[in-house]
Design a protein around this ligand. Structure first.
Ligand SMILES: [Zn+2]
Ligand SMILES: [Zn+2]
Length: 313
């Protein structure tokens, strides 16, 4: 091939891959309470491979059944869970982020559980024990059934997730218990960011979100970061002293302005921000959507995920 033809080919290749979709995310649960059949869990896969990592596991089976009902599942739900979900990332130890994993553990297949050390400690001390369930993990109370392997993550260190073509890095977040975000990269360097529950820096005061925005901002600027999944639990009417480590539309807008400082304001325009963890009480869903649009000065693209309906990025 001549140099010129080679260059044209290379440019085409780069453009094609630059615009091609990189990730599929199948939401198994999208709310932050109130409905135990629809709590935080998002299956993420690189588009070239059929295997997923589950970011949180509040609801598993009800989400898979919903996906099947909508024609979005390639095999029966529990077979899919056993064969195609290769690992869990648990953002923090609250039940709405892991109860689906516990309840379905007898029928699940072997997997790793990735989390920061305090979350693993809670699983080991309080959930995978005989008084509340059985020990399906590989450490702790006897009898040790050993189906799940605990993987204690170091903040900021990248881990290759077996059989998924994904690399996972965890960052700390502020919440009543230690919480975390998962930054998932594929082999081409594209990424998706999933945040567990978090309060805003201006209330929590420890700068965890600023550190996170600094880490991912460069990738967003280069077009390598494809989407951010972040919580908005309450409407703007929630008093500051009743936030319990969560965000409202007002505080999300404040945090996105922080992100824009590292990523460039113009790069946030039409950038996908997926809203998770709404508490679906009264008319919260309608109000939160309205308040988000009203404060959307950066013109990001707000996406409201639906249980069992895949998203592409
Ligand atoms: Zn939660
Ligand atoms: Zn929580």
């Amino acid at each position: 091939m001549s140099m010129r033809r080679y260059t044209v080919f290379l440019l085409f290749f780069i453009c094609f891959y630059g615009y091609a979709q990189q990730f599929e995310v199948l939401p198994l649960g999208v709310y932050g309470g109130g409905d135990e059949s629809n709590l935080s869990s998002y299956l993420v896969r690189d588009f070239k491979t059929p295997n997923y990592i589950a970011c949180d596991a509040g609801t598993i089976r009800a989400g898979l059944l919903k996906a099947e009902e909508k024609g979005n599942l390639s095999k029966p739900p529990m077979q899919f869970l056993q064969e195609n979900v290769k690992a869990y990332f648990i953002s923090h130890s609250h039940l709405d982020h892991l109860s689906g994993m516990i309840i379905n553990s007898p029928e699940d297949g072997p997997k790793s559980i990735y989390a920061l050390p305090p979350t693993i400690q809670t699983l080991k001390d309080h959930y995978f024990i005989n008084a509340t369930w059985s020990n399906f993990a590989n450490e702790g109370e006897n009898p040790i059934l050993g189906k799940y392997e605990y993987k204690r993550m170091r903040e900021g260190k990248s881990y290759a997730i077996a059989e998924t073509d994904l690399h996972l890095t965890a960052f700390p977040l502020s919440h009543p218990v230690p919480s975390s975000a998962a930054w998932l990269h594929n082999e081409l360097g594209y990424s998706i960011l999933y945040l567990g529950d978090t309060g805003p820096d201006s209330i929590e005061g420890d700068g965890h979100l600023k550190d996170l925005w600094k880490a991912v901002g460069k990738d967003l600027k280069k077009g390598k970061l494809k989407a951010v999944f972040i919580e908005v639990s309450f409407t703007n009417s929630q008093p500051d002293n009743m936030l319990f480590g969560h965000l409202t539309p007002k505080y999300l807008a404040e945090e996105l302005q922080q992100l824009a400082k590292f990523a460039g304001k113009k790069n946030l325009k039409d950038f996908p921000i997926v809203i998770t963890h709404i508490k679906p009480d009264a008319d919260n869903i309608v109000l939160i959507k309205k308040e988000l649009q009203e404060s959307n000065d950066l013109e990001v693209k707000y996406i409201f995920p639906e249980q069992g309906v895949p998203l592409q990025f």
